[in-house]
Structure formats: structure tokens, C-alpha cells
Design a protein around this ligand. Sequence first.
Ligand SMILES: Cc1cc2nc3c(=O)[nH]c(=O)nc-3n(C[C@H](O)[C@H](O)[C@H](O)COP(=O)(O)OP(=O)(O)OC[C@H]3O[C@@H](n4cnc5c(N)ncnc54)[C@H](O)[C@@H]3O)c2cc1C
Length: 596
Amino acid sequence: MSTYKAPLADMRFALYDVLGAQALFERLGFADASRDVLDAILDEGARFTETVLAPLNRVGDEVGCSYDKASGDVTTPPGFKQAYTQYVDGGWAGLVSPVEFGGQGLPHAIGVPLKEMIDAANLAWGNFPLLSHGATEALLHHGDAWQQEVFLKRLVSGEWTGTMCLTESHCGTDLGLLKTKAVPQDDGSHTISGTKIFITAGEHDFTDNIVHLVLARLPDAPAGSKGISMFIVPKQRVDRDGNVGARNGVRCGAIEHKMGIHGSATCVLNLDDAQGWLIGEPHKGLAAMFTMMNTARLAVGLQGLGLSDCAYQNALAYSRDRLQMRSLSGAKFPDKPADPIIVHPDVRRMLLTCKALTEGGRLLGYHGASLVDVVAHTPDAEERAQADVLLGFLTPIIKACLTEWGVECTYHALQCFGGHGYIHEHGMEQFARDARITTLYEGTTGIQALDLMGRKIVQQQGAGLRVFLGMIEQFCVDHAGNAAVAEFVAPLRETAALWQQITLQVGKQAMANADEIGAAAYDYLFYSGYVALAYWWARSVAAAETSAHSEAFKAAKRETARFYFARILPRTMTHAAAIASGAGTLMALDGDRFDA
Ligand SMILES: Cc1cc2nc3c(=O)[nH]c(=O)nc-3n(C[C@H](O)[C@H](O)[C@H](O)COP(=O)(O)OP(=O)(O)OC[C@H]3O[C@@H](n4cnc5c(N)ncnc54)[C@H](O)[C@@H]3O)c2cc1C
């Protein structure tokens, strides 16, 4: 069975030594975010996730959720409900939510390590509170005062959980096709009818009520994505004074049987004249949903990160323990019948790939969260605008790269176990199965790539990219004479310069042929992700050198950075070549000749 130990030392290094979180929190006015408070949160979060959530990971996979057709009820795996009660009692639900709605008002950048721990320990369980955070964000930004009073406060306290109901059987990526209908009523409410599928936490036994945020069309709605509105549809009816009434017309029709995250309830929801309340303006639901989706995309990125880390930890322990064959350069443990497999270069390749992508990815994700705090709290309008545009640019990179690397790392970690990774006993195949969904929901990798290339580069004319390139250049200038990072500065500058060239090149090609955007998008996204990680690795080495960390810690950062620059960063060359080849080779073959 797998185990989990929260990587507190590296989390603290990322937050305090590299990102300078303490000074940032002070500057942003988080009076309660002292180092003592933050450290206590990290320690207690580690205890909760290691001792409560991690032990439930396997039972969640083996038993899964069950559905009762007669009642429409869903029962979560043994222990899940009790763990949720502990989570709520521990005050975790409202950690980063505003104080005026009952939250603790702490920075997002401190909620993120907790989120990583939860996902690493038990991804399926983590999906229940995840969607509540998305609903909280949507209500915070778009809800009326009474909706915030009645629904938001109960989401923040954890008394109720939230969902995000977009998908229908004929529409996933293309929400403009959705058919669920909303009809206005005399009392200001609406009746909502339709069928939603794949709804995470759509039904469960954690709480008495569930706050569904549902996308639907009003009778006068224009066709396509401009005609979508968002509604609150509680499982139990709730009036404007917060009184809970009879069961609403929303019912779980089935749960899905999935490749992974068996402990997460993925529901078909049938809405039959359900009472719903409009959030925000009519026909502006997609914009409101995007508030929720952007938060959720960063959060799903962390799911990939958490799984990478947990799988890596288990693979590392196994590789130190498992004895097979002798080292090619002579026995390293002659007193043992064979050497541990960590002596073999190929096993080291897999372990170091996990370490480099996970620790570098941690900075990528935490930096994104710190930008959320800057956008929400800086009094400086220029700083806010810059952070906002950078966050928008980085969000698809964080979501897609951390999740695709999550898939890659969980497979490497499984491979370190050999055949023992493929069987159920060690829990490694569960990581690989669980990781797969993260590249699909909240917008597939292909859709993140399109968002980056189409919206953040072409439409916004690369504004976010310019901010990030500025950060890279600033680092290179600041560390021009720093011997500790000299070996990283030149390659970082080179790949950043090529990034700029590639961006211009795709922009030019796209003017002649719009398919060039879609053809370049995936490779452009990964090119971007690998350069971003090179930046964070160079910064990590610089920060480690001047920190109070041990020599062993500093050496580990330096050697992992060297591995990253030598063996992973060159992946950018493949991506650059693919981009340069243009759309021709992708589009030439006729659709009906694929099986010719
Ligand atoms: C376990 C699970 C939980 C989920 N939870 C929720 C939830 O809580 N709420 C919710 O509303 N939904 C949820 N979903 C739905 C999920 O978000 C969608 O499955 C996902 O967005 C993809 O939509 P689709 O499955 O319809 O695929 P499609 O949209 O049919 O896409 C199929 C393929 O085509 C590609 N594609 C489509 N359009 C383009 C394009 N323009 N350019 C390039 N490629 C394109 C996609 O990348 C994908 O590879 C969940 C799904 C699962 C499996």
C-alpha cells in the first residue's frame, strides 16, 4: 500500500525562500498571516492529510461510491464522510475565504500547499471540497447579497458543498450547444429542466444540502455561448431568508464507473422543473462560470502535482529498498545479494524526472496562487493589471503541464516498481489511473493549449508572455555575476529568446491560415511550460544558495537543476521543430483517408 508524507521542507522552501511569501503577505495586508500561523497551518495540514485522508485512499478506490436507484442517494466510501466532518470541524473549509462570509481570510498561496497535500493523499476525496471552492468564487463575484448570505456562508463553513453543472451528453468542450432550459417564475425564481452529466460531487452523503451551479438557457436566449445563464439550484429548496424547504426537482439518475478516482461521485443529474435562482446577469453565465473555472483549473493543476509527488515518494522508497542486479560500474553494496535499483542510471532517470517536474512544478503552481492574492489585494492598479494578465497567461500552462506531468510522473513511478507497480498491492497503478482524469476535466489539455495560443497570445497580443519574459530577463540581469547560477543563465536566456521568436512566427503564420493556431497550440503550451520550469529551477538554485538550508539540500537543488537543464529542457527543441513545421502535415490527409 502507498504512503504519503507531506513535503513540508520543500513547500516552505518554495513559499518562503523562493517566492518571498512572507514579505508578500505583509505587503498585501494579511495581518493574520504571520510565519507562526502559516507554519502551524502547514504542520496541521500535513497531520490531517497524512493520518486521516491518506489511509482512506485505497478504500476509496476499492469500494468506491454506490448509488441507490430507488432513492437516488449516493453513499461515499467508508470513512469519507467522517473525514469531511473532521475537515469542517478543523476550520479547513473556509481557510482562504473572506472573513465577512465566515472564512479565515488567509492568502490563496497558503491554501495551495494544503490543496496539494489533500490531492496527494486522496485525490478522490479532495474533489468534494474542490467544487465548493469554485462555487464560492462564483457567488463571491457574481452573487446577489441575499445569495451570498444564504448560500455563500454555508459553502464557506462547509455546512453545504457546491457543484459546477456545465456538461450535457452532447456538449462538453462546446458549451454553446447546451440545451438545459430555464423559465422565469412570478416570484423571481426560475424552473430549470434538463440533464447534466459527469457532475462531480453531484450527490453524496457528506451534507444535507448541495448547491448546484447550473448553466441553462432562458427562453429569449440568443443561440450559442452568448445565450447561457447561470443559476443556483439547491438540492433542497431554500428561500431568500435561508429557510430550507422541500426536496427540489433535481435528482441523481446514475453514477459513472470510471478508470480512476472511484471515491469521487460523478453523477448524472436530472433537473425536472427544479427551482433555481439566477446568478449575475441573464445570458452572462459563461463569464460567471469562468470565474469558477479559472480557480478550478489552477486547483486541478495541483491535483497533478500532488499525485506526482506522492507517486515519486513511494517510488523513491522502493528504489532504495529493492535489490536487483549490480551497478554497471561495480557493486555498490557488496555485502548485499544485489544492489538497490537506485544505482541504475535508468531508474535514476525516472526518479530525477519526477523530482525535477514535481519540485519545479510546485513553484509554477504556487506562483500562480500568489498572483491570485496580488490581483485580489494589491492597492496598486498597475501591479494588479500586470498580475492579472500574467495569471491569465499562466493558468492554462499550470493546468495542462502539471496534469500531463502528473500522468508522466505516475507512470515513471509505477515503472520503478517493475511488475509490482502494475499489480494492485502497492497502490502505484491507482496513482496512474487517478492521474489520467486531470488532463481531461476542467478543459482538456488541447483546450488549455487553444486558450493559451488563441486567447492569451493572439487576442491579448502576448501581454502575459511579455510580463513573464521580463521576469526572466530581470533574473538573468540580477544574477549575471552569480557563479552559483552562471551555468543556467545562458540556456535560460536562449530558450526565452526562441520563445519570443516562435510566438511571432506562429502569429505571422496564423494571419495566412487560422489552422496554424490550433496546429501550434499543444507544442507551444509545452514549450512555454518547459521554459517556465527552467526559470523556476534557476531561481531555486539561486534561492537555495543564500538560504539557511543544509549543504545536502543545496546540492540536491543544484544537481536536480543540472539534470533538468541537460535532460528535460531540450524537449523544447522537439516542440519548436513541430511548431516550425506548420499545419501542413496535420491537415493534408483527408479525414476519410485516415483508414485508407
Ligand atoms: C470524472 C469526470 C468528472 C467531471 N466533472 C465535471 C463537473 O463537475 N462538471 C461538469 O460540468 N463537467 C464535468 N466533467 C466533464 C468534463 O469537463 C468534460 O468531459 C471535458 O470538458 C471534455 O468534454 P467532452 O468529454 O464532451 O469531450 P469533447 O468536448 O467531446 O472533446 C473530445 C476531444 O476533442 C477535443 N476537442 C474538442 N474541441 C476541440 C477544439 N476546438 N480544438 C481542439 N480539440 C478539441 C478535446 O480536447 C477532446 O480531446 C467531468 C468529466 C469526468 C470524466
